[in-house]
Ligand binder design. Structure first.
Ligand SMILES: *[C@@H]1O[C@H](CO)[C@@H](O)[C@H](O)[C@H]1NC(C)=O
Ligand SMILES: *[C@@H]1O[C@H](CO)[C@@H](O)[C@H](O)[C@H]1NC(C)=O
Ligand SMILES: CC(=O)N[C@H]1CO[C@H](CO)[C@@H](O)[C@@H]1O
Ligand SMILES: CC(=O)N[C@H]1CO[C@H](CO)[C@@H](O)[C@@H]1O
Ligand SMILES: [Ca+2]
Ligand SMILES: [Ca+2]
Length: 583
């Protein structure tokens, strides 16, 4: 309804002081740009779709499935790394930032992907991994050989020569993936820093040549038509120049474990913010120069404190940085046994810290963490998608979560490929392995779940694919996929972009939130986060003599869409979520 939309926009211009927490609105932006209210669908390229039968997902596979995204109503996707890589960390170890990994295809395949996506109205975001390259990158080889111009591309140090003539690393910093963060290089006769695997040497951002080289990489891909970047591990970009030992955290007694030290010299340094702001400017300048394409944006990945993440959005001086600093609280701060207060608290705290005029974002999963069905139980899949997709701002979905795919925990040691899992050994690998969340996408009940025609896929397919797959969920009368799609449809309505937001814990186990705006029907989401059924009274929360009508209900719900409910005595099943409309 364009007429009412115009009314709404006028309203927000006329009444700029009205409170709309979590909603994009500032005095300078009188419209909502594409990235402020979109669903970013994360594709893990290795596991999405294999087009040539080698058991590994690839670009042509992705391109062939873009119509699926479009049909689902997805208009933006971010791809985990597709660049040339020895694949020690499955693409997060890049040996050439401007080449496509041959296993995934060619530059022409990539250009076709971008063109197809553009035609389907899908924006493509690439994963940018600036903290480290691969040790096979020519920059690293040149730096190791002290070639002029490259000597200081990486973080090199002599280390400590002990009295007995043996050598030790410069300090006690452990790598994120276990073991010292320093590796001795025979050729150069120095240690180099690697915050992740030893095949991922950290680039030295105190060297302006490195900053320039990475700017060139960003511009290269912008010129290919990408809508922006998701920037990996930003809080690891800088280290304190003193390289002092870090204080012990007391959380682990194993000096090789990442938990052993408090990372005060190797993480979250103030310089990180400067670099984020520098990249923002690069993107803004590019967008200004090429206004025919949508605004180019950055999303940043950092498991960091709220105040830091808020500064990424915009610092205390008002300088803007990341469009969307990932909000991982649904991954890190709520669990299967969290109650309604925990959810309400985690939603509110983000909105409280986020500076005004920015877009909230909610990440429900990624390729590093257990899937929703495994974190909250499979009964929670629909409720968690309702939560994700009806909150204000941006939602981030990891591929397969729309089907409620489950972790495959039974991957054998022989089949395990994830580096941190390989590092800790056969006894402990299951505790840290990220392979279970990276198994191939379950398209159908055919061979390899329709992912590949290969005799063996790079990771095994979850055996539950015979029942749990897209084809079955499309054919069913009701399924996780259809709930997800209904929610995406609902998001298109103006109320979901503009509605003011209010959330409350109704009881210990049930919380509800509403999106409301004058002259629009209010949308209410109600979620029971526990395992029992009970009655709630929503009269006070609704506070209007209106009828509650079901808009979207979950797979196991007794309610169907269009059904009228008594707000004063609403029964919710275990782990049930409901999205309703007040009419
Ligand atoms: C869908 O629902 C109809 C009517 O309720 C029923 O006859 C049909 O068998 C259902 N189909 C599936 C695939 O469950
Ligand atoms: C629900 O709450 C309202 C307002 O507090 C109260 O008037 C009403 O009696 C309650 N209804 C039931 C069925 O408990
Ligand atoms: C969520 C995410 O992208 N995690 C990545 C962070 O960076 C390391 C090293 O590049 C990767 O291994 C993770 O997958
Ligand atoms: C509506 C409601 O509160 N339902 C129940 C959800 O589950 C918990 C614990 O299993 C019950 O205590 C709640 O009553
Ligand atoms: Ca392939
Ligand atoms: Ca670094």
């Amino acid at each position: 309804m364009p007429a009412s939309l115009i009314q709404i926009l006028l309203f927000s211009l006329l009444y700029p002081g009205s409170t709309m927490s979590g909603l994009v609105r500032s005095d300078t932006e009188d419209f909502i740009d594409w990235w402020q209210h979109t669903v970013f669908y994360q594709i893990y390229p290795r596991s999405f779709k294999d087009s040539n039968g080698d058991g590994i997902g690839d670009l042509r596979g992705i391109t062939s499935m873009l119509p699926y995204l479009a049909e689902t109503g997805i208009t933006a996707t971010w791809l985990s790394p597709i660049f040339q890589s020895p694949m020690v960390d499955f693409g997060y170890d890049i040996s050439d930032y401007t080449e496509i990994q041959p296993e995934y295809g060619t530059m022409q395949d990539f250009e076709e992907l971008i063109d197809t996506a553009y035609d389907l109205g899908i924006k493509v975001i690439l994963d940018f991994v600036p903290n480290h390259s691969s040790d096979q990158h020519e920059w690293f080889k040149k730096s190791a050989a002290r070639m002029p111009g490259y000597e200081d591309f990486y973080v090199w140090e002599d280390g400590i020569l002990k009295e007995d003539g043996t050598r030790a690393p410069p300090n006690n910093w452990p790598s994120v993936f276990y073991g010292s963060a320093w590796e001795w290089h025979e050729g150069r006769q120095q240690y180099y820093l690697h915050q992740f695997t030893k095949e991922q040497p950290d680039l030295n951002y105190r060297n302006p040549k490195v900053v320039q080289a990475m700017d060139d990489v960003i511009l290269f891909w912008l010129n290919k038509g990408v809508a922006g970047f998701r920037i990996d591990a930003v809080n690891h970009l800088f280290e304190d120049e003193s390289l002092m030992d870090e204080p012990l955290s007391g959380k682990s007694t194993d000096p090789l474990s990442y938990d052993y030290t408090k990372h005060i010299y190797s993480r979250d340094l103030p310089e990180v913010l400067d670099l984020i702001q520098h990249w923002r400017k690069l993107l803004d300048d590019f967008s200004a120069k090429h206004p025919q394409r949508p605004t180019r944006i950055m999303m940043t990945e950092a498991y960091a404190g709220l105040t830091q993440l808020a500064d990424y959005y915009e610092d205390s001086e008002g300088v803007r940085g990341s469009h969307l600093p990932f909000n991982f609280h649904f991954i890190t701060d709520v669990k299967g046994d969290s109650d309604a207060r925990d959810f309400v608290y985690n939603v509110e705290k983000w909105l409280i810290y986020m500076p005004r005029g920015h877009a909230a974002n909610w990440v429900m999963g990624n390729h590093d963490n257990p899937r929703v069905a495994s974190r909250f139980g499979s009964a929670s899949v629909d409720a968690m998608n309702m939560l994700l997709l009806t909150l204000p701002g941006v939602a981030v979905t990891y591929n397969g979560e729309e089907l409620g795919m489950e972790d495959y925990r039974e991957i054998s040691w022989q089949d395990t490929v994830d580096p941190p899992a390989r590092n800790v050994g056969e006894e402990l690998y299951k505790e840290v392995s990220r392979d279970p969340v990276r198994t191939p996408f379950q398209w159908s009940n055919k061979k390899n779940a329709g992912f590949s025609s290969a005799p063996k896929t790079w990771l095994p397919v979850h055996p539950n694919y015979l029942e749990l797959n897209l084809e079955a969920q499309m054919a069913a009368n009701k399924s996780h996929y259809q709930v997800y799609k209904d929610l995406i449809d609902l998001r298109k309505s103006a109320i979901m972009r503009l509605g003011r937001f209010n959330i409350e814990a109704i009881s210990r186990w049930v919380f509800a939130f509403k999106r409301s705006y004058p002259n629009f029907e209010t949308i209410i989401t109600i979620i029971n986060v526990s395992d029992k059924e009970q009655l709630v009274n929503l009269t006070e929360f609704i506070n209007q003599p209106k009828k509650l009508v079901v808009e979207v209900s979950g797979v196991n719900s007794n309610y169907h869409s269009g059904q009228s409910l008594a707000a004063s005595a609403l029964s919710l099943g275990a782990r049930e979520g409901l999205v309703c409309r007040l009419v």
